[in-house]
Design a binder for this molecule. Sequence first.
Ligand code: PBG
Length: 337
Amino acid sequence: MSMFPETRLRRLRRNATFRRMVRETHLTVDNLIYPMFVRPGSGVKNPIASMPGQFQWSVDTLVEETKAIADLGVPAVMFFGIPKMKDAHGSQAYAMDAIVCRAVEAVKQACPELCVITDVCLCEYTDHGHCGLLSENLDGQQDVDNDATLEVLAQEALAHVRAGADMVAPSDMMDGRVAEIRDLLDNEGYHEVPIMAYSAKFSSAFYGPFRDAAESPPQFGDRRSYQMDPANSNEAMREIELDVEEGADIVMVKPAMPYLDIIQRAYDQFELPIAAYNVSGEYAMIKAAAERGWIEEKNAVLESMLGIRRAGAQLILTYWAKDVAQWLHEGASPDNS
Ligand code: PBG
């Protein structure tokens, strides 16, 4: 490699045109998926305190908001449901009149081109707030029962797909759930519906604001017996590999920013699209600092998005999807953001 003074890397940084020509990573609206929360009622637009700018919607207001999102060119949304009642079995997760199903129907009717993804999990629907059904484990403790949960998750995915969901995204972290969902969807004639698996989902402190938004904090214990240990990278590759073998079409790493190494490894190792979930805590951090005037929101967000893309994620689930789409339409780039 030649050295200074023959080599000067600043030459190609000198002006915006050069920078544009040699830029290696790009962010477009095509990369964005917007997660949204839907609850029963009408005319609802409840602000979520720990996520400024995000709301719980009712089906009618959700439809209006998704129209605006589709108009901005965002290709996909993902829905989380807050049910009218919770029970130990999460029965509102798979009821045909479940809130997510009603939302999917209404939004698909209003915006047929928009890709509607549903989060498949039980934590929003169980009164104990865990992501699966409970039973006693070997130590005599209440714990999430992996195998008993699988069928319920598959039924939930099927209900969403019957309502018109374009894609399902299991986020529970049970072993074997992708295969169980794939089997049931195929048996019911939905072999064309893809699965985006939350494959490497870490047990993270960055989900805090989401649990307020989805009203789903665990009522006892934590999620460490099913979500991944933040220390583990090899295990994340095994999780992804298993989901790919079970039929996942897209695999997700979650959270995004503290796990860029996992995204990069997944990108290097696997040939299918990688999604990254820029989670509620990542959103809340920048929002809170921006509110205090300590950080410039737009630049910090676009830089974060670019970082996630650079690591290898093709799709980014982010609460900034609408803002980012707006900024990109206004011509934002790393040079004039
Ligand atoms: C449900 C689920 C969670 C998130 C997405 N799906 C919460 C959790 O696992 O505790 C978090 C999303 C976010 O923080 O933005 N299992």
